[in-house]
Design a protein around this ligand. Sequence first.
Ligand code: HEM
Length: 126
Amino acid sequence: MLHDITSRYDIEVLMNRFYQKALTDEVIGFYFTEVVQLNMQKHLPIIVDFWENILLDAHYYGRDPMQAHQQLHQKHPFEAAHFDRWIALFTDTVSASFVGPKAEIAKQRAYSIGTVMKMKFIYHHE
Ligand code: HEM
C-alpha cells in the first residue's frame, strides 16, 4: 500500500523516479541532456533539499530556482507546453508513489510554482 512522504529518503525515491522519466521525456528531456548536461550526482541533493524545505520544513535549500530557470530560458526559450509536461510528469510520479497530505502538497506546489514560471517566462517578456 502507498504511504505519504515522511522522510528525506522518500523524497530521494520520488526524485529518482521523476528524473528517470524527465530525462528521457520527448517534450522536456533535452533541457536536462542538451540545453545543460546535467550532472545528476550534483543535482539530486539540491533538488531533494528544495523539496525537503517545502514538505518537511527543512532549511537546506537557499538558492534561487527562478535564476536557474532564467538561464535555461535564455539558452532555449521555454514554451507553455514544457511547463504543462513538467507538471504532468511530476504529478503522475507523485500519485504513482505516495498517498497523503504531503503528497497532495507536493502536487499543489509543483503546479503553483510551475504556473508562476510559465507566467514569468512566457507571458511576461522582459
Ligand atoms: C519546463 C519545466 C522545467 C524544466 C525543463 C526544468 C529543467 C531544469 C534543469 C535543466 C535544471 C538544472 C539547471 C542547472 O543546474 O543548470 C533545473 C533546476 C531546478 N529546477 Fe527545474 N525545470 C522545470 C520546472 C521546474 C519547476 C516547476 C520547479 C519547481 C516546482 C523546478 C525546480 C527546480 C529546482 C529547485 C532546481 C535547482 C536550481 C538550483 O538551485 O540550482 N523546475 N530545472
